[in-house]
Design a protein around this ligand. Sequence first.
Ligand SMILES: NC(=O)c1ccc[n+]([C@@H]2O[C@H](COP(=O)([O-])OP(=O)(O)OC[C@H]3O[C@@H](n4cnc5c(N)ncnc54)[C@H](O)[C@@H]3O)[C@@H](O)[C@H]2O)c1
Length: 370
Amino acid sequence: VIQRLAIVGLGLMGGSLGLAARERANVQRVVGCDPDEGARAAALTRGCVDEAGDDLAAAVADADVVALCAPVSELPVVLAELAGLAPQATVTDIGSTKTGVVAAVPAGLRARFIGGHPICGMETRGAQNARAELFDGATWYLTPLADTEPARLRDLHRLVAALGATPVAIDAGVHDRLLAVTSHLPHALANLLVVQAGEARIDGHDPLTAIGGSFRDMTRVAGANPRIWVDIFLDNREALASVLREHQRALGEVLTALEAGDAGYLARWIGQASGHHRRALAAQFDQRPEELYRVQVHVPDRPGVFAGITQALGAARINIEDFELHHFTPERGGTIELLVAGSEEAQRAVELLDAQGYGALAAPVLADDA
Ligand SMILES: NC(=O)c1ccc[n+]([C@@H]2O[C@H](COP(=O)([O-])OP(=O)(O)OC[C@H]3O[C@@H](n4cnc5c(N)ncnc54)[C@H](O)[C@@H]3O)[C@@H](O)[C@H]2O)c1
């Protein structure tokens, strides 16, 4: 059992870790450390830590586990300082890239070090936005070193599971190449899309005032916390550059097909995407992707609307697999998208919601020809 946890870096992630450790994993004492006074105050106010200070040595003095939750670029310095402190503690981090961090672990710490990265988070930052549920159901990669003591890996594995996440051990280099494709490339592309549209004027029109669902879905993470993302891009620049070059090559092919008017290529390309999209959905949901339906509901801006909808579906035993809210303004209301499994359930949901006076429509998530 882990009694005492020290958290170095009391931001969004460190704060959430503190909340989850206290509320879910029964960690008895959580001590935080952050050079920023505002961050310490926020973490204390939110109840993320029992105690907070700016002195690393004091914070980690009698910790069983030290979790480094500062930006990745800070970690080498913190690790070097830590080597002489907390001689018994298991040390881990939650940085989004792993190769650089692992390489910076001093010799005296290697037997006690396990890298980590929870695949969850938000576009915001700071402990004021921390949530204990953040790690629920998330994959939490653990990157032990060759010389990490197995008992420490086992204990950290248990802690991660108690926080609500699923621990998965992986090599640090493999982690970084994987994340370059699944996270760093999409973040880079989201920034590119927003900047391209934001800088363009098409016959005087600003494209950003006319965006639709596809643009919105593709750019959710655009502009996310630059303090974190500059580090991530730079720290993983080799893997990201290689993925971007591959992207450039594929873009070149699409461009060639476009210029040649090659409809066959474009159709095969979309078909290939549709197959992979189906596999991605299958990995995300318990249901077969063919059975997933998107129910779109137009709702007014009125108190109780959400409760009304979820209660009506709940009473009819229609399970909501996923839920999104779009375009909410006081004047026009907004659209709620519900993901429901089964065509019959989707149809019943539409009828129920229609009966309540909402305009609802259902459509399969996968296109017909998928
Ligand atoms: N936000 C996400 O979605 C996400 C997801 C997974 C992993 N991560 C990783 O979590 C870490 C923290 O990210 P965040 O989103 O909580 O950022 P954040 O900006 O909310 O918090 C970072 C905190 O670290 C503090 N800090 C800076 N230097 C420090 C130092 N030397 N010692 C102690 N504290 C220091 C800052 O004052 C700040 O309070 C990063 O390494 C990031 O890669 C973030």
